[in-house]
Write a protein that binds this ligand. Structure first.
Ligand SMILES: Nc1ncnc2c1ncn2[C@@H]1O[C@H](COP(=O)(O)OP(=O)(O)OP(=O)(O)O)[C@@H](O)[C@H]1O
Ligand SMILES: [Mg+2]
Length: 223
């Protein structure tokens, strides 16, 4: 599903070279739920961005869903991204659209038939426990609900892989726990999940495989 082999990433900031990842290697199997932990600046976001080909490594190889990402042609990037759901700390919902329309948006862009869109959107909203809020606008939602809407949007195409970057970062403990439960449900449905968080307590409480980054290196991979 994911194979990362000796990946390094160096950012150039003017004359300064910032090493963000150093010789990172790991594999993730289909259906696994992996927590990517580490302090702020450890390299978690950089690594996730490499996995959906938002950026390229400076060195090393990455294979995701059977695609070799480094030599990948630009025309293959869109099909890869269609197979990967992504959620961020900020839900990034379109403010002038309802929850339903936010989740439906990508299916509409892809030209899915109307009945299929309705069925898939309500299916995704049910998974995240937001069916009753379909007609609400983002401003009417709590942060936890907004994040659940973002999760519904990420899974509506039923991607085999879901990448989540600090999805609970803006939430209080109770709402964070809700989001984690939803992620566990999505994982139980067979979706492979990589969840990045700097919240060490939350990461441990998940009882899932945990890959820990420190200064861009994998310092622990267990569970
Ligand atoms: N686009 C960029 N340009 C320059 N440096 C960057 C860039 N992106 C990340 N970095 C640097 O790379 C290192 C790793 O950053 P990254 O954002 O991956 O950490 P993180 O583990 O996600 O941290 P956080 O928990 O704060 O989100 C940091 O030193 C950061 O400043
Ligand atoms: Mg980050």
């Amino acid at each position: 599903m994911i194979e990362v082999h000796r990946v390094s990433k160096v950012f150039s900031v003017g004359p300064v070279k910032v090493p963000a990842l150093r010789e990172v290697s790991f594999r993730v199997s289909k259906g696994e739920f992996v927590v990517l932990s580490g302090a702020s600046g450890a390299g978690k976001t950089t690594l996730l961005r490499l996995l959906y080909r938002d950026d390229l490594p400076s060195e090393g190889d990455i294979e995701v869903l059977g695609h070799d990402l480094v030599p990948m042609r630009r025309s293959q990037v869109a099909p890869l991204r269609r197979s990967i759901g992504v959620v961020f700390q900020d839900a990034k919902l379109l403010p002038i659209r309802t929850v339903y329309e936010n989740v439906a948006f990508v299916l509409r862009v892809l030209g899915a038939p109307r009945r299929e869109i309705t069925a898939r959107v309500f299916d995704a909203l049910r998974v995240v426990g937001l069916s009753s809020r379909a007609q609400a606008y983002p401003a009417q939602l709590s942060q936890g609900e907004a994040q659940r809407a973002a999760l519904a949007r990420a899974i509506v195409r039923r991607p085999p892989l879901l990448l989540a970057d600090e999805p609970t970062g803006n939430l209080d403990d109770a709402m964070a726990a809700e989001i984690i439960d939803v992620l566990k449900d999505i994982g139980a449905g067979g979706t492979t999940i990589v969840l990045a968080t700097h919240q060490a307590r939350l990461a441990r409480a998940l009882h899932r495989r945990m890959i820990t980054l420190d200064g861009g290196r994998v310092v622990k991979d267990e569970g």
